[in-house]
Design a binder for this molecule. Structure first.
Ligand SMILES: [Zn+2]
Length: 146
């Protein structure tokens, strides 16, 4: 992998897990520039955001599976159903907790909102002109940012 072009800045960014979404806009300039110029930090940021989003996705799936297990146990009522139900609920609670921690501690939600915005913009740009004009002004502003 290529070297960081400015190890001091790179180290600061690494300490933040390459997340500058919480910084005030006027403070972000230098760091954003560094991301533009530095291939290494850019790819690391991408990696970290991928991990964050994967964790959220994994926790969601896991919570869903535990909930499903709970439903199945309820439905079939096997022996020791109560213990199994408890285990399923505990698993669900743990998954929900992990989900919450990741959502609060990482910029995963920001990343997902950004991704959703990019997706919405792409759809918007493909719409025929007459439909685009019918979109409420406020919505269009949100999507295109202009
Ligand atoms: Zn760098």
């Amino acid at each position: 992998m290529s070297q960081c072009i400015d190890p001091i800045v790179g180290k600061i960014l690494a300490g933040w897990r390459y997340d500058i979404s919480g910084l005030a806009p006027e403070m972000r300039g230098d760091y954003e520039e560094h991301f533009n110029d530095c291939e290494r930090c850019r790819s690391k940021r991408r990696l970290h955001r991928t991990i964050d989003v994967s964790l959220i996705a994994l926790a969601s799936v896991s919570a869903g599976v535990f909930l499903l297990a709970f439903g199945v146990i309820r439905h079939f009522g096997p022996q020791h159903a109560f213990i199994l139900e408890l285990a399923a609920l505990a698993g669900f609670a743990l998954s929900a907790l992990i989900w919450l921690v990741v959502a609060v501690a990482t910029p995963a939600p920001v990343t997902m909102i950004e991704a959703a915005k990019v997706g919405a913009r792409r759809v918007h740009d493909r719409l025929p002109q007459e439909i685009r004009e019918r979109l409420p002004e406020e919505l269009r502003m949100k999507i295109t940012g202009s």
